[in-house]
Ligand binder design. Structure first.
Ligand code: PLP
Length: 382
């Protein structure tokens, strides 16, 4: 192996060189504070205007509905806390689901424990899907927000968010979606998706880490969680990170330029990988939805295989992958996403997530299918 086959694009992606090139001038040449009156500041200000318009174009939104943030987690925090505190007069109830990212789950937990929020955590089915009728049944007169992710980060399942958003709106309730994993792969037309708030993070679509954005539909109230000089229309104070915002906007624009062609290539590789794994390895199980899944996402459980040893062996073979398990104080716990889907604990301990990217080639899939069965057999039989 003379190179790493990188199959962890759901964790992060390499920055596209064209994105780096677009960012560079804003570090050393056009470094002015966008709030300054002199021309150097105005150059930065103009870069922000262009970036905001580029993002709005991809989302079919208006430029003044885009709030730049420091990451996807911050966008989720701002959406949940911001709506909860702005709509306290109306109610304290938030509806979410059991397989959300910790940025949602832990924010809901804190809102409940410290601020008296009432949280309904909806279950998912065996494929990781939320039932829109369960959302409807959970809505009460005190519900202020429904937050359901667009696509899951561990199993790639795509949620029926347009239906969920429609139902929320029929009941006069706001709808937020964490689209961090969907960004770059799935359509982001905010009107078609029936969303009022939508979170993205640049490092999932070949942009830099440490910059995100929140779409906020015009007329929706939000109490800022970061107060100060009033940047981002008062919703997110702090001097704007111009190079990174330019990076996010450039990466998002590039991702949506030939999205369908890229997705076709990803889907072909993904499906060959899934079929190859399931047909060559006994007691291998696909996790997540068989068809309603992200173009780049293949995820499995292997009975009797410890995920930590599997990842180490794959790394030794030159393959960078991940599992859903989290290491807590030295002992491996199964992923809460997998157990919420009804996968037994023992099976969930053998989870593997392979997420493809634009840099992968069909021969990468050949290589994985070549080495994975042998690694699994060794781990099962010593
Ligand atoms: N939401 C989802 C679904 C994610 O997968 C991630 C990152 O893995 C995040 C939120 C957090 O994004 P960030 O790393 O930019 O904070």
């Amino acid at each position: 192996m003379d190179r790493t086959i990188y199959l962890d694009h759901a964790a992060t992606t390499p920055v596209d060189p064209r994105v780096v090139e677009a960012m560079l001038p804003y570090f050393t040449e056009s470094y002015g504070n966008p709030s300054a009156v002199y021309r150097l500041g105005q150059h930065s200000h103009e870069a922000l205007i262009i970036a905001r318009e580029q993002v709005a174009t991809v989302l079919n939104a208006r430029a003044d509905e885009i709030i730049f943030t420091g990451c996807g987690s911050e966008s989720d925090n701002l959406a949940l806390r911001g709506v909860f505190f702005a709509y306290r007069h109306k109610g304290n109830h938030i509806i979410t689901c059991s397989i959300e990212h910790p940025a949602i789950i832990n924010t809901c937990r804190q809102l409940a424990e410290v601020f008296g929020a009432e949280i309904t955590t909806l279950p998912v089915d065996g494929h990781g899907r939320v039932d829109p009728t369960a959302v409807e049944a959970a809505i009460t007169p005190r519900t202020v927000l429904v937050s359901i992710m667009y696509a899951n980060n561990e199993v790639g399942t795509i949620e029926p968010i347009a239906d969920i958003g429609r139902i929320a709106h029929e009941h006069g309730v706001l709808f937020h979606t964490d689209a961090v994993q969907a960004g770059g792969q799935l359509p982001l037309n905010v009107d078609a998706l029936n969303v009022d708030l939508l979170s993205l993070s640049a490092h999932k679509f070949y942009g830099p880490k440490g910059v995100g954005m929140l779409y906020l539909r015009r007329g929706t109230h939000l109490l800022p969680t970061l107060t100060g000089g009033g940047q981002e229309r008062g919703f997110r104070s702090g001097t704007e990170n111009v190079p990174y915002i330019v990076g996010l906007a450039t990466a998002l624009t590039l991702a949506y330029q030939d999205r369908q062609a890229k997705n076709r290539k990803l889907i072909a590789m993904r499906d060959r990988l899934i079929q190859g794994v399931l047909s060559s390895i006994a007691d291998a199980h696909l996790t997540g939805h068989p068809t309603e899944r992200l173009p780049n996402s293949a995820s499995f459980c292997f009975d009797g295989v410890p995920a930590d040893a599997l990842l180490v062996n794959l790394d030794l073979a030159g393959i960078a992958a991940s599992s859903g398990s989290a290491c807590h104080a030295g002992s491996f716990e199964p992923s809460s996403v997998l157990t919420a889907m009804g996968i037994p604990r023992e099976r969930a301990l053998g989870a593997l997530r392979l997420t493809l990217g634009n840099d992968n080639q069909p021969q990468d899939i050949d290589y994985v299918l070549n080495v994975l069965p042998g690694i699994i057999a060794r781990l099962r039989h010593g």
